[in-house]
Design a protein around this ligand. Structure first.
Ligand SMILES: Cc1cc2nc3c(=O)[nH]c(=O)nc-3n(C[C@H](O)[C@H](O)[C@H](O)COP(=O)(O)O)c2cc1C
Length: 301
């Protein structure tokens, strides 16, 4: 069995998650690749650089990647690790998914995705699934990891992590940002499940087994914010690329978007989510549940 494990990670968090998920899987031929853009993204970020990546993330604009040297032309299984940026696959991820050499290896190949996110990965997974299906591959398993703290707390703490470059507690008392140490270590719980599927070369029940562990859930509020957010991000991304034809103009528009985001996330979203929970959720609950079961079901493509 030839296994390709491929990822991009700025902080190393995603790579730790992947390493733990495949811990002890050593009887197969593993090609472990960490790819990088030619012009890599900064870490730590400045605030401007961070928000500046929104339009290209949302519009999935391809950036050039350093040449990837694969061990094989064809694999029996691909594990793709990725992270969402601005409710879309990160720019390195969407670029990989537009790279002919990678897509050729995806063709007719089962793919498992491992996601290291803050807490909003659904739209990005939709896009990743579409691109993999279009290349003739099939997603047979998805293991998302998130920061399980409150949405507003994690938005605040992740910015501290991204802008300071350290995964530490903001002000000494807020929770550590990102996926918790416990969940990173707990990623190893998926290893026996993956190992068995790989040994049997049978991925038909993999997602059911992944979900049976009971670690993956989706909050209705987060699902609602993410769905609404994605629509608004599309509008901003279009506006910034269309009107921001000069660097100074673009910078001004990105700053406007940044202020909008802070107000929307911390002031508008809590009100809208409360109203949604009290007045709308009871009526649309069956629809939301259907969407949730679609996301968590075994049907991943
Ligand atoms: C520019 C940027 C945008 C991000 N947007 C999202 C997002 O929309 N949803 C989410 O759950 N996490 C988001 N994150 C967090 C990342 O998905 C990821 O968890 C974090 O950057 C650590 O990943 P790493 O392994 O690449 O270091 C974002 C991170 C960055 C740098």
């Amino acid at each position: 069995m030839k296994l390709l494990v491929i990822s991009y990670s700025q902080t190393g968090q995603l790579n730790e998650l992947i390493d733990n998920c495949i811990r002890g899987i050593d009887t197969v031929d593993i090609d472990r690749i960490e790819y990088k853009p030619v012009k890599d993204f900064p870490f730590p970020w400045t605030s401007d650089e961070f928000f500046e990546t929104m339009p290209e993330s949302v519009l999935e604009v391809k950036t050039e990647l350093e040449e990837i040297t694969y061990k094989h032309d064809k694999y029996d299984l691909i594990i793709l690790g990725y992270q969402p940026w601005f409710l879309s696959p990160s720019v390195p991820t969407s670029s990989l998914l537009q790279e002919e050499s990678f897509l050729a290896r995806v063709k007719d190949t089962p793919v498992i995705t491992i996601i290291g996110a803050r807490n909003m990965w659904i739209n990005s997974q939709k896009s990743v699934s579409k691109r993999i299906a279009a290349a003739g591959g099939k997603i047979v398993g998805n293991i998302p990891f998130i920061d399980t703290h409150n949405n507003y707390v994690s938005a605040f703490t992740i910015l501290h992590w991204m802008l300071k470059g350290q995964k530490t507690r903001k002000w000494g008392f807020l929770p550590k940002p990102g996926v918790s140490d416990k969940d990173i270590e707990g990623a190893a719980d998926y290893a026996p499940i993956l190992k068995k599927a790989i040994q049997d070369n049978d991925f038909s029940n993999l997602q059911t087994a992944i979900l049976k562990l009971g670690n993956i859930s989706i909050g209705s509020g987060i699902l609602f914010v993410e769905t609404a957010g994605r629509r608004v991000f599309n509008i901003w991304a279009g506006l910034i690329t269309r009107l921001g034809d000069k660097p100074a103009k673009r910078r001004m528009l990105v700053r406007l978007y940044k202020y909008y985001l802070v107000v929307a996330l911390f002031f508008i979203a809590p009100i809208v989510v409360t109203v949604f929970r009290l007045l709308v959720l009871p009526f649309v609950y069956p629809m939301i549940n259907k969407r949730k079961s679609y996301i968590c079901s075994t049907k991943l493509t």
